[in-house]
Design a binder for this molecule. Structure first.
Ligand code: GLU
Length: 448
């Protein structure tokens, strides 16, 4: 059987890192089995759903290469919900209610005050047809609840949490339809999961009790429920549910100059028992994807780890992949020279300036200035095109070592400082030929 998963965001805001992780896991779960990954836009809430967020969701998933095999929108499927609803009405699995949210809140408080679970008391079930007619005469429309079958055991084998069991009488009959006829999340989601042939629902553990209810909806609609798996939530590196993570999304990643695959690599593995490694393709991540390695403890999102993965990915990037975003004029040799020193591609600019731009040479110590004057002379006379190993740098430092007796750091550091304006950086034997005779000599002279 082909595995079919779905990511079902509500377009009421931008995707944050928690949503992205769910999308990624659904993508990987499908692809690990050669299956299909669907995008479902849960836009039944017409007031809060916005078209700009639908576009943003597609763009964000596109940036991460989490391409869906098909897309559905709930707002285009209202007729199917109506049809399912009518069937549930015929089988008495939905009922009309009139309580206001204030009334319900008050009842909840009373129950909680008595130490009882805040379950809806089903008062509306005892309304007579005359009661309903009276409400209608007053112009008051009902909202609708799904009737949980309290005799039917609710249990499933969760892909992450293992065996799960719920008592029906510990669950509130959920409101599925508002008085204005609009739909809440629960029923449309189950209707669509059936229609789209979803085999695996993978979502956050905040949905566990929804699953208990939706399982009964599947059965009530005569369908075999999909497999369910609920993953632990994401927390910040400080170990708490963090506000920051709630607003951290693709825009921020892009602004920080992070690579999509660094994010995918991190989010694929945090919270699992598998090692977190920088992978350069989703196919490789999919190959290793295994729900049984998911732990029940919250997954920790650590920025330092993300940066480490990003650096590893950058170190493996070919010139062809980056040429379009490198500074003007930066060629392959320069890219390969500076690549090992980058955490992000954007940092290439700094090193390209060191190679080909203006360098601010720091104030040098008195004794180094005489040494650098020597260095300028040697550099000027050097055979820059010499093919021997180590090239110009080896020849330059070899000659200076003989002339001055300097060695180690006292030999290399003043040269690096004068030539690059920095006390660290790429291997000088790679950098110096790129800086070239003219700039090198000028820099050494200006340091004197
Ligand atoms: N639209 C729902 C949400 O964003 C989907 C939940 C689900 O995956 O079923 O929470």
């Amino acid at each position: 059987m082909t595995i079919i998963t779905r990511f079902a965001p509500s377009p009421t805001g931008r995707l944050h890192v928690g949503n992205i992780r769910t999308a990624l896991h659904n993508f990987l779960l499908a692809k690990s089995a050669g299956g299909r990954f669907m995008l479902r836009i849960d836009d039944t809430d017409a007031e809060r759903s916005q078209e700009e967020y639908v576009d943003a969701i597609r763009r964000d998933l596109g940036w991460l290469s989490l391409t869906s095999d098909a897309e559905e929108r709930q707002s285009a499927r209202l007729a199917f919900y109506e049809e399912a609803f009518e069937k549930l009405q015929q089988s008495n699995r939905v009922y009309r209610c009139y309580e206001t949210s204030q009334e319900l809140e008050l009842r909840r408080k009373v129950l909680l005050g008595r130490g009882l679970p805040p379950i809806y008391d089903r008062a509306a079930l005892s309304l007579t047809e005359a009661d309903h007619a009276e409400k209608a005469a007053q112009g008051i429309a009902p909202h609708w609840r799904f009737l949980i079958d309290r005799d039917e055991p609710i249990a499933w084998e969760d892909g992450v949490r293992g065996p799960q069991k719920f008592e029906g009488d510990r669950l509130s009959d959920p409101v599925i339809r508002r008085a204005d006829g609009s739909w809440l999340y629960m029923l449309p989601s189950a209707v669509d999961d059936i229609a789209m042939g979803i085999t695996d629902v993978l979502r956050g553990e905040d949905h566990v009790s929804n699953t208990a209810v939706q399982l009964q909806m599947f059965t009530a609609m005569g369908a075999i429920p999909p497999r369910f798996a609920h993953e632990a939530l994401l927390i910040g590196s400080e170990g708490k549910l963090s506000k920051r993570l709630g607003s951290l999304g693709v825009d921020a990643f892009r602004e920080q100059g992070l690579e999509p695959m660094a994010i995918n690599s991190l989010l694929a593995r945090i919270g699992t028992s598998q090692p977190i490694v920088a992978e350069t393709s989703l196919a490789v991540l999919a190959e290793g994807f295994d729900l049984s390695t998911f732990g029940r403890a919250p997954a920790r999102f650590d920025d330092a780890e993300l940066l480490r993965l990003n650096a590893q990915i950058v170190h493996a990037m070919d010139y062809a992949e980056v040429r379009g975003i490198l500074p003007e004029g930066m060629d392959e040799a320069a890219w390969l020279a500076v690549r090992p020193n980058l955490e992000k591609v954007s940092e290439a600019l700094e090193w390209w300036t060191v190679i080909a731009g203006e360098v601010a040479v720091p104030e040098m110590a008195e004794e180094d200035r005489a040494f650098l004057a020597d260095a300028a002379t040697v550099a000027d006379e050097l055979d820059w095109d010499g093919k021997e190993e180590g090239g110009a740098w080896k020849t330059l430092t070899g000659a200076l070592k003989d002339r001055t007796g300097r060695k180690g750091k006292t030999l290399f550091m003043p040269l690096r400082l004068a030539l690059t304006g920095m006390d660290h950086g790429p291997d000088m034997s790679v950098l110096l030929p790129l800086i070239g005779r003219e700039r090198a000599v000028a820099r050494l002279r200006s340091a004197v």
